[in-house]
Write a protein that binds this ligand. Structure first.
Ligand code: GAL
Length: 414
């Protein structure tokens, strides 16, 4: 944003008008080129699939797999002049978590409202399936790809394919690493999510007061997937607030597992979080209660809840349990006290920001971005729009969640 402001200042307005005009024209030409290239690529890819006995296609069973014979269908789709908008491929990681179902539904609805045709696929946390789905989207004539990756390092080749076919890519919520094929990134301030969780713990447990009184609380950490850049940033944000209290003994982590490497949970697995928590409670908390379960995701909070219930925790000694995403189940748990807080990330807003990026690459316009510095994917710094995460607990849930029409009172059982 800063960079753009700078440009606006030095470029005379007449040139700006010209630039916008040129961009629109260029956008259209690029779009036409993309269609032709997509058609050629579709035929080439289908030929490769038919000749190469590609194992990827055999193993893939996309959630919304089209059953038509790929060759004619793909060519026909690619060659179709999409007056209204164009075809957008939306690749989502999994339907096992409610948030991604909402993300996909919001993206589809908002893009369709603008006249785009949407190919929405979920890969059920299967990395290879996501690769195949994206290959199929390219073959079927997608003019833009929106990707929420499972393991972005596995997508580098298919992203390069998209780039050489002039198909722009938008990274959705999770940054696409190690590629120059990504145009924009829409997400939340991911380190900010961690900071908000850390600050919540600090305030709720009055860590300053505890430090002054020489008191301490026990804490364990359940952090996100190591193949997800968001998880690394979240951990950094949490530790930015809590590390000093671990260092001086105000917070005591009895397992000693505080580093990202020691606390990250592959593919954000709820089952693993539950298993870890069960092991921790048995091995380290037989004589002393766990006071804080600092988790990075509502799914982890559900796993921790099950482990705590299994170990006989009740309302009297229930720990502070954090989460992220403000899923419906998490909000219900916040209301009944089995989860203390979550991070409200309005998926409608995220989809809205992402859609403006799709419009930009399709029409050659300029999307709203507010960060041009933070998200270095090891290859380029990706221009980003970061939405603001907000901590939600029992005290502000009604105002934020019901007031914001995120869930209704009925959904929450109120
Ligand atoms: C992350 C995302 C979180 C959470 C998690 C598990 O990438 O930032 O909000 O949804 O995935 O799905």
């Amino acid at each position: 944003m800063k960079k753009y402001n700078f440009l606006y200042k030095i470029v005379p307005s007449v040139q700006l008008v010209n630039t916008t005009f040129q961009k629109n024209i260029l956008g259209r030409i690029t779009k036409m080129k993309r269609k032709v290239l997509s058609a050629i690529l579709a035929v080439a890819m289908v030929a490769t699939m038919m000749v190469g006995c590609g194992s990827k296609e055999e193993t893939a069973a996309p959630a919304e797999t089209k059953t038509e014979a790929p060759a004619d269908k793909a060519t026909e789709e690619a060659a179709k002049t999409t007056e209204a908008g164009g075809k957008i491929g939306v690749a989502m990681p999994t339907q096992s978590s409610e948030r991604w179902i909402n993300d996909g539904a919001n993206m589809k609805a908002q893009l369709e409202a603008l006249g785009y045709e949407v190919d929405l696929q979920y890969a059920e946390d299967d990395v290879q399936m996501q690769v195949s789905q994206i290959e199929n989207m390219i073959a079927a004539g997608a003019e833009c790809l929106v990707i929420a990756s499972i393991d972005s390092s596995a997508l580098v080749n298919v992203e390069a394919q998209a780039k050489s076919a002039n198909i722009p890519i938008i990274a959705y919520d999770r940054l696409l690493m190690d590629t120059d094929a990504v145009s924009y990134y829409a997400s939340f301030d991911n380190e900010g999510v961690g900071t908000a969780i850390g600050e919540y713990v600090k305030t709720a447990k009055d860590l300053e007061g505890a430090r002054a009184a020489g008191e301490s609380y026990t804490i364990e950490f359940f952090m996100g997937s190591p193949d997800d850049n968001n998880a690394v940033l979240l951990h950094r944000g949490v530790m930015g607030v809590l590390q000093e209290y671990l260092d001086d003994g105000t917070l005591v982590c009895k397992t000693g597992r505080t580093s990202f490497e020691d606390t990250c949970i592959l593919r954000w697995s709820q089952e693993t979080a539950q298993q870890w928590c069960e092991n921790y409670l048995t091995g380290f908390y037989a004589d002393e209660d766990l006071d804080i379960a600092c988790t990075a995701f509502d799914g982890f909070a559900y796993g921790v809840k099950a482990a705590l219930q299994g170990a006989g925790y009740t309302a009297e000694n229930w720990p502070l349990v954090t989460g992220q995403d403000a899923e419906l189940m998490a909000c219900k748990n916040i209301l009944d006290g089995t989860q203390t807080m979550s991070i409200y990330k309005d998926t409608r807003l995220l989809a809205e920001k992402c859609v403006t990026m799709v419009e930009a690459v399709m029409k050659g316009t300029e999307p709203e971005i507010n960060d041009t510095e933070t998200y270095n994917n090891n290859t380029i710094v990706v221009p980003s729009y970061l939405c603001t995460p907000v901590a939600v607990d029992k005290a502000n849930l009604e105002e934020l969640i019901i007031g914001g029409n995120y869930y209704t009172k009925e959904q929450l059982g109120l």
